[in-house]
Design a protein around this ligand. Structure first.
Ligand code: ZN
Length: 254
């Protein structure tokens, strides 16, 4: 079992990418890079910094501006072309996997159109995955109405093709569907895990053990998934990072 920490723990802090990686390389071998803020890996200076570390990387897509579910075809096409740019950076920093958000939709009337667009995007992403030989994953989102892919609905699962799921345990807990994602028909599609805790109301990104998720209950299934488990904490919870690593190691019996 491979344990990593997302660099997002320093997103919007005063730390630059060098500070971030100096800190994280003392803790873990796997780090998720992000495409936003002061540690944006899409900037050449940060690509150069990443080469100085003996770390294995994954990359998380931007949190703003792109939407794979946009029914405005120009926006959807732009989003796919931006994913291509991320893949090129992933190749440069030797990242084996990228994490994409599924996009969003606000008005009920537009939901079907957005879902169709997402399905089209899944198809395009399968082609990119084949062309560039990098694993592309789609992340399940927290319980805010605007997000697509909050639960493993058939329309999305059956159109994943060879794409993987980034299973975000905290998000899934907010939607009360951890068992559904860990069901035998879906668990095999999980290629990456984001782990953090919350109190079932909002997406707090707490240290595991500090919220209400009964991780013990899912211990066997989670530890049986052969992938990287990335700890995702908010900057304000950084003081708990060592406790979070040791709680996760205990959970996985490491
Ligand atoms: Zn995410």
């Amino acid at each position: 079992m491979k344990i990593g920490i997302s660099s997002s723990v320093f997103l919007d802090s005063n730390a630059n990418l060098k500070d971030t990686l100096d800190f994280l390389e003392k803790k873990v071998n796997f780090v998720e890079l992000v495409c936003d803020g002061n540690i944006n890996i899409m900037e050449q200076k940060n690509i150069d910094i990443s080469y100085n570390y003996d770390l294995n990387y994954t990359i998380h897509c931007p949190l703003t501006d792109i939407s794979l579910s946009s029914y405005r075809e120009k926006v959807r096409k732009f989003s796919i072309s931006y994913v291509k740019d991320i893949i090129k950076v992933a190749n440069k920093v030797d990242a084996k996997l990228i994490v994409l958000h599924p996009g969003h939709n606000i008005f009920k009337y537009d939901y079907d159109k957005s879902l169709n667009s997402l399905i089209k995007s899944l198809n395009d992403l399968n082609m990119l995955q084949n062309e560039y030989g990098i694993k592309i994953t789609i992340e399940n989102m927290p319980s805010y109405d605007m997000f697509m892919f909050r639960s493993p609905i058939e329309e999305i699962i059956s159109n994943l093709g060879d794409l993987g799921i980034t299973f975000d345990v905290g998000h899934s807990f907010l939607n009360n569907n951890i068992e559904e994602f860990l069901d035998k028909n879906i668990v095999d599609k999980i290629s990456h895990i984001h782990i953090h805790d919350n109190n079932s109301e909002y997406d707090e990104h707490l240290c595991i053990g500090d919220g209400k998720i009964d991780f013990k209950k899912y211990q066997n299934k989670l530890s049986g998934i052969n992938c990287i488990t990335m700890i995702e904490l908010q900057n304000k919870n950084i003081e708990h990072i060592d406790k979070c690593i040791s709680n996760l190691k205990k959970l996985y019996d490491l």
